[in-house]
Design a protein around this ligand. Structure first.
Ligand code: HEM
Length: 182
């Protein structure tokens, strides 16, 4: 997993729960790096899983809600880190519709070893978009948080529904997004 995800995660924990919680989380996890990540590095996905489980224990929060929250935060970090990738996009549906054929394609060019999910989408009219997430890593909670971060970024009100098509494994999940028109 790319270092930008790790550095954004540590930043999310420090900002949301404070430095002592971040330090306890790191010291309570068995990490090769001792929590010293760089945004250009590549690290074992298992390290972030361990840290998030520790964070759950330290905060009493359930892991899926923490992953979702982190996804929300991560969207802002990614957009700030790669402004060119989203420059020509005018709204959240425009962005979501280009994840698979543009955004993650550019990510793959930058990092040939990136572990990226697969997405496909269908528009049901201009105000409803269905997105199918597929990844063996089962990070649908992260995807959901990223989508929420995306709606906030464009200051849009969008109702999001989620249907797990993988018996709760989070590896194949359909998201339906409907613009809320006031
Ligand atoms: C709402 C929009 C987006 C969604 C739903 C999304 C979803 C995801 C998910 C769920 C992952 C985790 C890997 C997996 O599940 O297999 C991921 C990884 C990643 N995405 Fe996206 N993404 C979005 C936008 C972006 C943007 C704007 C960028 C920046 C250009 C980006 C760059 C990355 C990077 C760098 C990774 C990590 C790859 C790795 O660790 O090897 N994504 N994305």
């Amino acid at each position: 997993m790319k270092g930008i995800v790790f550095t954004a995660f540590i930043e999310y924990v420090e900002d949301s729960f404070g430095d002592p919680v971040a330090e306890h989380m790191i010291s309570g996890s068995d990490l090769e790096t001792d929590g010293a990540y760089t945004s250009v590095g590549t690290y074992d996905h298992g390290e972030i899983v361990q840290m998030i489980i520790q964070l759950g224990k330290l905060t009493g929060r359930d892991v899926p809600s923490l992953v979702k929250d982190f996804g929300h935060h991560l969207f802002g970090t990614l957009v700030a880190g790669y402004p060119d990738v989203v420059r020509h996009v005018g709204d959240s549906f425009g962005l979501v519709a280009t994840i698979d054929n543009h955004i993650h394609v550019e990510v793959r060019k930058l990092y040939p070893d990136a572990d990226l999910p697969s997405f496909s989408h269908t528009f049901n009219g201009p105000n409803e978009l269905r997105l199918l997430y597929e990844s063996e890593r089962g990070l649908a909670d992260l995807a959901e948080g990223l989508l929420l971060g995306c709606f906030q970024h464009f200051e849009e009100e969008v109702a999001l529904e989620r249907e797990d098509l993988s018996d709760g494994a989070g590896t194949r999940v359909a998201f339906t997004m409907k613009r809320v028109i006031n």
